[in-house]
Structure formats: structure tokens, C-alpha cells
Design a protein. Structure first.
Length: 270
């Protein structure tokens, strides 16, 4: 569920003062145009540099996603901007991150960003699963698979589970994963599968995206095809449900991409 995005100046003055107690006076604030899950997302220019501020009203149902993001951040600083501070004040839940210069990734065929995207997913696959309360992939998809299929979604890798272009920041040197609203424990091949759906949405034929991921991502190269097919079908059912409840263009496109990926995995499963 998306929420209206406000500017820095629209925050209650008490909230702004609480933030400035952490950062120093805000000299300039630039609201981010991407993303739908934060009530405020803005780059703050402060005397010591820059801080990226994101926040959600404390009473909003999605505040739990921000709590998860704060919880997982200490374990993912190798692939994500560092959380500098957390603030609960005057009806707002706020996170202050180190500001990272970059742009959202381009997933189109032939994009020079793709090697960096693959590199950050490889780095993520090397991070041990932290001892924190994470939902498991088979739990998240329990409504979309049968009981016998759930065991195919077991795993002990740390997953991001939302590998969308706007959740990958790229620069000349690297890519970083942002917006850790849904960290999950599951098989290491699941994030590559999520990514492939996004690649299909960006214009890649399913077989090309599959071949690219097998070449670039070791976790995908060894993924059990039956489990992959079950997961792809589950994701297709989930996206169909999401689009039926809220038929925005981007959700309809992803439903079509997920269905194409599910058909491909089904046709290539022995």
C-alpha cells in the first residue's frame, strides 16, 4: 500500500527540530521522486555533509517495514547504505542513513549496470544469515503453494526479496541494495528469481534472463529447477492477486512478467 509523499517543510516543526538535533540545521532538502513506501524520503544537506531521511507516520500499518529495515541494517552494510540513527518522535518513525551518491539501476538489455547488479547480489549471498527474527520464504508464500511444496522454499540465506530497479543504487564503482522492507530467510536462489522477473519486465526474454543469471550468479546456476518452478508459479499467483486488487500499470506489467517467467520455468523443468 503506497502513501502520500510529503516534503521536509511539511513535517511538523517539532519533528524537524528533533531531526536537526541529530544532524545540525538543514540547509536544503530534496525530496526523492521514486518509491511508494515512505511518507517522507528526502536528501538533507546539513553542515557536515548529507543525510538521507526516510520516515513513516507511527500509526501507519507499514511502519513495521521500517522497523525491519532498521533491524537488518547492521548486518548488510557491505551491500547497503549504513543506518546512522533512528528516531521516534511526535507521531513519526524516522531513519537517517548515510547519503550515497548514485542513480537507480537500468535493467534493460545491454545495460552497463547489469554487471554491478550481479556483483551486489553475489556479495549479498556471502553474508551469513543473522540471528534476528526474520520471516521465512515458505511462510511468506504459504498461501500460494501447497504444504508439500513449502519444503522446496526452505533455506538459510539472507534475502532482500525486492530486487526492483528503484531498490538498486548504482555508481561508477558499485551497486547497493536499498529499501530492506522485507528481509527474509530462504534459499539463495530466490533473489535471482525475483531479479529475473524484473529483467523480463525491463525487456529481456525469459530465456535470456535465465541464461544471464546462470552465468553471473552462482546461487542461480545450482538452483533446483523443480523448486524454481514452484516459486515462479507462486510469485505469478501473488502478482495476479496484487494487480487484481490494485490494477496500476506497473503492477499489471509485473503480473505479465511473472506469468512469463512461470511459463518458462514450467517448460524447462524436467
Amino acid at each position: 500500500m503506497s502513501m502520500p509523499r510529503i516534503d521536509w517543510e511539511d513535517l511538523p516543526i517539532a519533528v524537524r527540530h528533533a531531526v536537526e538535533a541529530r544532524t545540525g540545521p538543514v540547509l536544503k532538502a530534496i525530496t526523492a521522486s521514486e518509491g511508494v513506501n515512505s511518507g517522507i524520503a528526502t536528501l538533507l544537506h546539513v553542515p557536515d555533509g548529507e543525510v538521507f531521511l526516510k520516515g513513516i507516520p507511527s500509526g501507519h500499518g507499514q511502519v513495521r517495514t521500517q522497523e525491519r529495515e532498521a533491524m537488518i541494517n547492521p548486518y548488510v552494510v557491505a551491500v547497503s547504505p549504513r543506518l546512522l540513527w533512528r528516531l521516534e518522535t511526535n507521531g513519526w518513525s524516522l531513519l537517517g542513513f548515510e547519503a550515497v551518491r548514485g542513480r537507480h539501476a537500468d535493467f534493460a538489455p545491454g545495460s552497463p549496470d547489469l554487471p554491478r547488479v550481479a556483483a551486489v547480489l553475489r556479495r549479498l549471498s556471502e553474508i551469513p544469515l543473522p540471528d534476528v527474527p526474520l520471516k521465512r520464504l515458505d511462510e511468506r508464500f504459504a498461501s500460494y503453494v501447497n504444504d508439500g511444496e513449502r519444503t522446496l522454499l526452505h533455506g538459510d540465506a539472507l534475502l532482500h526479496t525486492d530486487c526492483a530497479p528503484h531498490n538498486v543504487l548504482v555508481s561508477d564503482e558499485r551497486a547497493l541494495l536499498i529499501d530492506w522492507a522485507w528481509p527474509t530467510a530462504g534459499p539463495a536462489w530466490a533473489d535471482p528469481s525475483y531479479l529475473i522477473t524484473r529483467l523480463i519486465d525491463a525487456g529481456h526474454p525469459a530465456h535470456d534472463a535465465d541464461r544471464w543469471a546462470r552465468r553471473e550468479l552462482p546461487a542461480w546456476a545450482t538452483a533446483p529447477r523443480q523448486a524454481v518452478a514452484v516459486f515462479a508459479q507462486a510469485c505469478s499467483r501473488l502478482w495476479a492477486e496484487i494487480a487484481a486488487n490494485d490494477p496500476q500499470d506497473w503492477k499489471t506489467r509485473l503480473t505479465q512478467a511473472a506469468a512469463e517467467w512461470a511459463r518458462h520455468t514450467n517448460s524447462t523443468t524436467p
